[in-house]
Design a protein. Structure first.
Lengths: 196, 105
């Protein structure tokens, strides 16, 4: 504890983290620099990566086809490294709305969206999203017409899912950067849609 | 057409094709299981083969999980899974299920 000020005892999990980290370094399993690099790498992964992929798919039909067929390959072509075979991109259309959940834990496409929001890991979202998705989406302020199929993806094993939202009307002629700015994290989980 | 997956480890041959009807085995073994309880016993349709992956039930026991098991995305009709489901008849749920949890429906 290097900070000055009021002393607060470590919580159980903080103490476990410090103990494990110090042991790993002491025993030469990892170096302090490697740990810091891994933490920085996690911090660098933010939903802007996913937004960049979505914006490219909106302006480049060939890239979009590749993204839907081979998510990891398409991301790699944008300089984003995702593990082989493990990313599935699902496309929203006027007929189908996709949304992602992990009922068993909190599987999430971290390589494109960063750290998952707390609600994604909550028991409420995880148990209800597969059971009553329309009610859950309504709580997010999203009303999906009865004529649109809702396809919920329970991410239970080795795949990670990202939703490719529909490009909203009124964005004709926009640059990729401007388009990426309207694609937020929730739209790529499928609990929101990009709006202008 | 199913994609070909090359793995550098031993894998079980895939038994199911996209479009085939399958049922999730209704059983409750102990341990680390990646098949959600709520879907056991339900029938769905193979959407695609995702590839072959080391069996997580074995990995959790510190074993190598080989031969790897084919992993499928299986599509279920919401109204089949939840009889009182509120929403469109066409709403579906897609779940990744390992082959050893599936039988022909």
């Amino acid at each position: 504890m290097n900070e000055k000020g009021v002393y607060k005892p470590l919580t159980y999990f903080q103490l476990m983290e410090v103990s494990l980290r110090e042991l790993l370094v002491e025993k030469g399993v990892l170096t302090q620099a490697q740990i810091e690099e891994a933490v920085e790498d996690m911090r660098r992964r933010t939903p802007e990566r996913g937004a960049k992929v979505v914006a490219r798919a909106w302006v480049d039909a060939q890239f979009k086809r590749r993204l839907l067929d081979d998510g990891p390959g398409a991301c790699e072509s944008l300089g984003i490294d995702v593990p082989k075979l493990r990313l599935v991109v699902v496309e929203n259309t006027p007929e189908v709305h996709n949304a992602v959940v992990c009922t068993l834990c909190s599987c999430y496409p971290r390589m494109l969206l960063g750290i998952p929001p707390d609600w994604y890991k909550s028991r409420n979202y995880r148990s209800r999203m597969v059971r009553e998705p329309r009610a859950v989406l309504a709580e997010f302020g999203l009303s999906i017409p009865e004529t649109t199929q809702i396809r919920v993806h329970d991410s239970t094993a080795d795949m990670r899912y990202m939703v490719l939202p529909m490009r909203p009307p009124g964005t004709e002629g926009w640059s990729e950067e401007r388009l990426a700015a309207i694609v937020n994290r929730d739209a790529m989980i499928g609990v929101a849609v990009p709006r202008v | 057409m199913q994609p070909q997956f090359v793995t550098d480890y031993a894998a079980v041959a895939p038994r199911f094709q996209a479009g085939e009807r399958v049922r999730v085995r209704k059983t409750a073994p102990l341990g680390h299981i990646r098949t959600p309880f709520y879907i056991r016993g339900h029938a769905g349709t193979i959407e695609r083969l995702c590839g072959c992956f080391p069996n997580p039930e074995e990995l959790a026991q510190m074993r190598d999980g080989l031969p790897a098991q084919p992993l499928y995305r299986v599509r279920f009709r919401q109204k089949d899974v939840w009889p009182d489901y509120r929403g469109s008849d066409t709403d579906v749920l897609e779940i990744e299920i390992f082959q050893h949890w599936l039988e022909k429906a």
